[in-house]
Every structure is written in C-alpha cells, then in structure tokens.
Design a protein around this ligand. Structure first.
Ligand SMILES: C[S@@+](CC[C@H](N)C(=O)[O-])C[C@H]1O[C@@H](n2cnc3c(N)ncnc32)[C@H](O)[C@@H]1O
Length: 257
C-alpha cells in the first residue's frame, strides 16, 4: 500500500510494505496495464529500493532498458547493488522534478507512491510527459491519506490519530484524489482511474504499513493524543477486532499520439 513515513523511509520498510498482499496485488495490476514490450525504454520514477525494476527488466527483455531514478543516495546505492546482475537496468540519483532524460526518449513510465513526497507533483508529471514518447504509457499509484479511517469506539481519538498521520507525515496528503486532474493538466489522456481501497483487518499488517505504535508515540508527542488516550487507543487496536481502510488511487495515462 503506502508509506507511513516521509520520503526518507528505509529500504527495509519499503521491502516489508512491498511484500504485503495489498501491495503485490496493485503492483501486479499496474505492471500488466503498463504493457511493457521487448525493446522498450522504461523509467521508474522514485524507484526506491528497486522493488519493481526486475519485473520491468524481464518485460523489456535483452533489447530493452530500464532506468530507475531516486533522489535518495542511500536508496540508489542499495538498488544498484541489488540490480548488479541486471545489465539492462541503470539506476541513478536524480530529482523527479528534473528528469535527466531526453524529450520523447521513454516508452513506458511509472511513479509509485512518489508524488505524495515531492514539492511540486505537477512538475513531475510535466517532466514525465516531456520524456515519454507520443502514445507512451504511464502508471501512477498514490494513497489519499485524508481518507484513512481506523475503527475505534472513540471517534474523536481515531480522528486525532488519522489527522496526525495525514497532516504531519505526508507532504501531499490528498495526492490520491488529485492524480486524475494533475495527469490531465500535464497533457495525458486518462485510460483508467481506480480506487484500490486498502482494507486492513489485522493489527500486524497495519503495524507494518501504518507504523501504528511509533506513529501513535509521535502523535502523542505532537499533542494530537493525551497519554491516557494513547494507551487506550493502542490497547484496543491490538486486542479487539481490527479494521482500517484508506483510498489508494491508481491511474493509467497515455501521452498524446
Ligand atoms: C514510498 S517510496 C516508493 C518506492 C518505490 N516506488 C516502490 O514502489 O517501492 C518513495 C520513493 O520516492 C523517492 N522520492 C521522493 N521524492 C523524490 C524526488 N523529488 N525525486 C526522486 N525520488 C523521490 C524516495 O526517495 C523514495 O525512495
């Protein structure tokens, strides 16, 4: 699903999220929608620890090329190491707002939970539109943190926690709902817009994805929850029937032919 912390999340956290059923499911669907063919030049914007690069490289084949860019040098180093035995994959440090690729040089592009972190998501989409060849495909996936809902008998406490997560942990808390508009304004035509709503029914998975314990501590430290509310909140989530959900928006877009 999503990242529970800002763009400095460690590779181990991103690996754990990528291993969840929810993440595997939407990533599989978006890979199919991207329709990568042998020989394609493919760009993964904000590739993180290289989660999707091997699958893209398999699809692009020996005559294709896959480029991963990320602004975090540690992420780039990790990914370069992981992709060392993949001669068609190149990973480099770059800002998604200034892509180091020629105009119309890329056949397929993806950005997966990256726009929620960037200062100017419209600039990123403009850059992807520039580098994609006419008719090229783009897939996007972003959570809408403003829709995070966690069941708890005290709705005010639940809202205090989800308000903290949306407001303090994510630069662009409502990027999910904005994707269709921003992609259209960047010049893309929208081929598919979906809400792959995330549903979490066990505390353990929610802890992996949402970092419930550490983010409850942070919310309390920031004054969103009192110490009493904090104890009761976590105890209830841990021991009673668990339910949390959030919108997760995916878009398949095409640059004009
Ligand atoms: C939630 S991770 C997702 C990683 C990967 N796309 C995946 O699905 O596992 C977001 C990534 O975006 C990168 N990122 C954030 N802002 C960026 C920017 N302006 N330019 C390039 N990468 C950026 C972060 O360093 C991080 O690796």
């Amino acid at each position: 699903m999503t990242s529970s912390v800002a763009s400095s999340a460690p590779a181990s956290y991103l690996d754990a999220v990528a291993a969840t059923d929810a993440a595997r499911s939407y990533k599989r669907a978006l890979l199919a929608a991207l329709a990568v063919e042998p020989g394609h030049q493919v760009l993964d914007v904000g590739c993180g620890p290289g989660t999707d690069l091997a699958a893209l490289a398999d699809a692009a084949g020996a005559t294709g090329a896959v480029f991963g860019i990320d602004q975090d040098p540690r992420m780039v180093a990790t990914t370069q190491e992981r992709m060392a035995d993949r001669p068609t994959v190149a990973v480099r440090q770059a800002d998604a707002q200034q892509l180091p690729f020629d105009t119309h040089s890329i056949d397929r592009a993806r950005a997966d939970r990256v726009l929620m972190h960037v200062a100017d998501p419209a600039a990123v989409l403009g850059e992807i539109h520039r580098v994609l060849r006419p008719g090229g495909l783009l897939t996007l996936a972003e959570p809408d943190w403003d829709t995070l809902a966690i069941d708890h008998p005290d709705l005010a406490v639940s809202r205090a926690f989800t308000g903290y997560v949306a407001e303090r942990l994510h630069r662009n808390r409502a990027i999910g709902r904005q994707l269709p508009r921003l992609a259209a304004h960047a010049g893309f035509s929208l081929r598919a817009v979906r809400n792959e709503a995330v549903v979490l029914t066990d505390f353990g998975t929610a802890e992996t994805i949402l970092g419930l314990r550490r983010n409850t501590e942070r919310a309390a430290a920031a004054g969103f929850l009192t110490p009493e509310e904090t104890d009761g909140w976590l105890e209830h989530l841990r021991t009673d029937t668990f339910f949390a959900t959030a919108s997760f928006i995916t878009v398949v877009a095409q640059s004009a032919t």
